[in-house]
Design a protein around this ligand. Structure first.
Ligand code: THU
Length: 130
């Protein structure tokens, strides 16, 4: 049986090939695992109107949400230009709102990882009560 970090790394590595990143030339892949064990992967999608760019993490999460999944246990992030790429602030906010207890795995190119709880990466995150 594969370990969570292996699943996250393998899917992120595969999806990174689809990255649309002609402006930064930084390819990013991200994978989420739902509470049910379902896997969704996404890559960054850039745009000539730079602010319209969507990070890999939010692509993976929005794919999962739109398929009906709401609870996530782990998310992995991999880039071809960084070792241990840290998620941007918008992605931290996005991840934390959906799953405040999620484990975030930051990978290097070999599959080594650093693992953080999201509240360590985003302490005192903004929230609006239900
Ligand atoms: N990027 C991600 O996909 N995830 C992050 O958390 C950091 C940044 C992408 C967005 C853009 O396509 C490129 O990396 C450079 O910012």
């Amino acid at each position: 049986m594969k370990k969570i970090h292996q699943i996250l790394f393998e899917h992120s590595k595969a999806v990174i090939q689809n990255s649309y990143s002609p402006y930064s030339r930084i390819r990013v892949g991200s994978t989420v695992i739902t509470k049910e064990g379902v896997i969704f992967a996404g890559c960054n999608v850039e745009n000539s109107s730079y602010g319209a760019t969507i990070c890999a993490e939010r692509v993976a999460l929005t794919k999962a949400i739109s398929e009906g999944f709401r609870d996530f246990v782990a998310i992995g992030i991999l880039s071809d230009r960084f070792e241990y790429i840290p998620p941007c602030g918008i992605c931290r906010q996005f991840i934390e709102e959906l799953s405040p207890k999620i484990d975030v795995y930051l990978f290097d190119s070999k599959g080594n990882y650093k693992k953080y709880k999201i509240n360590r990466l985003l302490p005192y995150g903004f929230k609006i009560g239900d």
